[in-house]
Design a protein around this ligand. Sequence first.
Ligand code: SF4
Ligand code: SF4
Length: 92
Amino acid sequence: MAIKINSYSCTGCGTCVLLCPSDVLRLDEENKATPVYNSDCVSCRLCEMSCPFECIEVVIRPFKTAAETFPVKQYLLGLGVDPSTLPGVSTH
Ligand code: SF4
Ligand code: SF4
């Protein structure tokens, strides 16, 4: 698994940092998102799906299927976030 972040496009909005269920991401001194606890990543791809500027790509090895099993919609609802307001997040 690798978390690729396009620092040029990142605006530092913090959405990915806020929503990551494993607390993997931080904003660095230049206000760019960066993964700091990679080993805690559960490959849910919520950061990728929620970034308003499509800055993040989570590359998942084929045998890791957490993105299919992690309850993204339920997790967001638990935070009080309407999944339908986030680009790329399936509401089905
Ligand atoms: S959601 Fe996207 S634009 Fe916002 S901090 Fe994360 S990578 Fe940057
Ligand atoms: S894929 Fe999920 S666990 Fe990994 S950094 Fe993104 S939001 Fe966090």
